[in-house]
Design a binder for this molecule. Structure first.
Ligand SMILES: [Zn+2]
Length: 110
């Protein structure tokens, strides 16, 4: 599956562990997520069962999980609801204090 960026780059959309893909959780949902994950862990038969239940918890949240996909060509960020296939918003990257050429994932490493 691919997403066409407004710069015309064709962005691959990963089904798992995409280096340009992010899950965005609304701040007010964190406690709810933790409670549901704890319950999923209590009910899980093993690690694989917990992983499956955890994904279900994230996708079934009252406050829907958002998907963010960064274009590796221009740095635009596409945002959409995880439970809907359509992208709702595009954000254009502007220079920050760090190197403007760095991808978002560079912020996720120590
Ligand atoms: Zn782009």
């Amino acid at each position: 599956m691919r997403l066409r960026c407004r710069c015309d780059f064709s962005i691959p959309i990963a089904t798992e562990q995409g280096e340009n893909d992010f899950e965005i959780i609304h701040h007010t949902s964190i406690t709810d997520f933790c409670d549901r994950l704890a319950e999923a862990q209590r009910q899980a038969a093993d690690d694989e069962d917990f992983r499956r239940r955890a994904v279900g918890v994230l996708l079934a949240s009252r406050s829907p999980l958002l998907a963010g996909i960064e274009c590796p060509n221009c740095g635009r960020l596409a945002i959409g609801r995880k439970d809907r296939p359509k992208i709702q918003m595009w954000f254009v990257r502007e220079p920050g204090e760090a190197d403007e050429a760095m991808p978002i994932r560079s912020l996720t490493t120590a």
